[in-house]
Structures are given as structure tokens and as C-alpha cells.
Design a protein around this ligand. Structure first.
Ligand code: ADP
Ligand code: 5GP
Length: 195
């Protein structure tokens, strides 16, 4: 995949660490010096309360997802907690051609596939200040039952070692600070690209 004009930024981290919150905060803050867009993934999981089709995700059936895989619609995909998640490739191509920064909130198997296809992609892993805080945030979000929370924490523990594979690590203690760090990573890379 060609990434000459735009920037592809992958952000991963444990479920509930605050990835969506950081991205949202950065997008509305205007801290990034370029136009940033969020890559809307396709998923087979059900929408959470407040999530909007086409904004947070494209919520699809398993058959539709398998069709997307078969017809090479996805830049990458993975299974997480029994559901499929994948990144539609066409919108990314369009955004990159416009020189935009495209932000992908995806897990680490997906990150490795993106890196394979787009070696210029910038990768960021978000960690919690500690595991108790992560559990508290997952519970506080109120979107999963205890069983699902434990399943997500278990995946996160396994996935945590993959943080060494990333270009940058952000510890999400204060949301303002984490969003500013994300913007700074984007701004630095843009300046390098245009230097
Ligand atoms: P993720 O996208 O990584 O799964 P979310 O962005 O949904 O996580 O955040 C999970 C919960 O943690 C949300 O209720 C959010 O408001 C909260 N949260 C995010 N960042 C912080 C922070 N720095 N301090 C306290 N709570 C936070
Ligand atoms: P959630 O169900 O909490 O929205 O997301 C669960 C996990 O799936 C998170 O780690 C998130 O980063 C990841 N994810 C979301 N979309 C994609 C995607 O398109 N591809 C991959 N590989 N992971 C995704």
C-alpha cells in the first residue's frame, strides 16, 4: 500500500485503557497540525449503547464480514473476544491520497498486518497506569458484564507483551496529557516527512 502523502497511525492497547477517549479528545482539541480522520472498522460485535453505525463501527453480520475478507475489502482483520474486527481499505486509500492522517484503533495482530502492508505506518501502544485502574475503567464504562470484563482483561495481559513491537508508548494517566502526546507523535512525523 502506498502511503506517500498521508500518514497512517495505528493505536493499540488493552480494552478499556482509553484509546477511543484519547483519539476523540485529540480530534476535537485541534492539537494535531494536520487533518486527522478516524478509520471506521467493520465488526461483528453488537453496538454498545450510544455507538452509532458508520461513526464508531460498521456493524455487520458474520456473513457480510466473511464476504469482505473473500473480496479483499480489508487492509487487515483479526478475531477479538469471539468477534471479527477489520479495517476497510478503500476509505484509507482515499484519505491517504488527500494527505490526511488516518487513525486506526486496532489490536496488535492487526497492527502487524498493517506494518507488513504499509511499513511507514506509525504505531502507538497505550498502557494504563496500573491493572487495578484498567479494571476500574472497564467496569466504569459499564458496557460489558463481569464475565466479558475478565475475558478482555485476560486478552490484554497476553497482548501486553506486544507493546515492545510499537514505535511509541503512551501511559494514559491524564487524558489531556495522553491526547497531547498523541498529537505530538503525529506532528513530529509530519514535520519529518516534509523536512
Ligand atoms: P478503549 O477505547 O481503550 O477500550 P475507552 O476510551 O472506551 O477505552 O475508555 C474506557 C473508560 O475509561 C471510559 O469510561 C473512559 O471515560 C475512561 N477513561 C479513559 N481515559 C481515562 C483517564 N485518563 N482517566 C480516567 N478514565 C479514563
Ligand atoms: P471494542 O470491542 O472494545 O470496540 O474493540 C475490541 C478490540 O478490537 C480493541 O483492542 C480494538 O482496538 C480492536 N479493534 C477495533 N477495530 C479493529 C479492526 O478493524 N481490526 C483489528 N485488528 N482490531 C480492531
Amino acid at each position: 500500500m502506498v502511503t506517500i502523502s498521508g500518514l497512517l497511525l495505528v493505536i493499540s492497547g488493552p480494552s478499556g485503557v482509553g484509546k477511543s477517549t484519547i483519539i476523540e479528545h485529540m480530534l476535537v482539541s485541534g492539537l494535531a497540525e494536520c487533518e486527522c480522520v478516524f478509520s471506521v472498522s467493520m465488526t461483528t460485535r453488537l453496538p454498545r449503547q450510544g455507538e452509532i453505525e458508520g461513526i464508531n463501527y460498521h456493524f455487520v453480520s458474520r456473513d457480510r464480514f466473511l464476504f469482505a475478507i473473500e473480496h479483499n475489502e480489508l487492509l487487515e482483520y483479526a478475531e477479538f473476544a469471539g468477534q471479527f474486527y477489520g479495517t476497510p481499505e478503500e476509505p484509507i486509500r482515499e484519505a491517504m491520497a488527500k494527505g490526511q492522517c488516518v487513525i486506526l484503533d486496532i489490536e496488535s495482530h492487526g497492527m502487524l498486518q498493517v506494518r507488513e502492508r504499509a511499513p511507514d505506518a506509525v504505531t502507538v501502544f497505550v498502557t494504563p497506569p496500573d491493572w487495578d485502574e484498567l479494571r476500574k475503567r472497564l467496569r466504569g464504562r459499564g458496557t460489558e458484564n463481569e464475565e466479558l470484563i475478565e475475558a478482555r482483561l485476560e486478552i490484554s495481559r497476553v497482548d501486553y507483551d506486544n507493546k515492545v513491537l510499537y514505535d511509541h508508548i503512551i501511559v494514559n494517566t491524564e487524558i489531556d496529557e495522553a491526547a497531547a502526546q498523541l498529537a505530538e507523535i503525529i506532528n513530529k512525523r509530519r514535520r519529518l516527512n516534509y523536512a
